[in-house]
Design a binder for this molecule. Sequence first.
Ligand SMILES: [Zn+2]
Length: 56
Amino acid sequence: MATKYKEKLIGFECTTCKRITYYSKKNKKTIKEKLQLSKFCKFCKKHTPHKETKVK
Ligand SMILES: [Zn+2]
């Protein structure tokens, strides 16, 4: 049985400085909604909301 996981590389963009500070993988079949997380941004030097963005 061939199982293909459609895992997609995504980035987390800081909503303050608009820079991608984290990378992750997402299974599009299990998670459909856009993710938003509070993460530490090394550029802003504080916790900021990060939103999911596409990575090429
Ligand atoms: Zn930032």
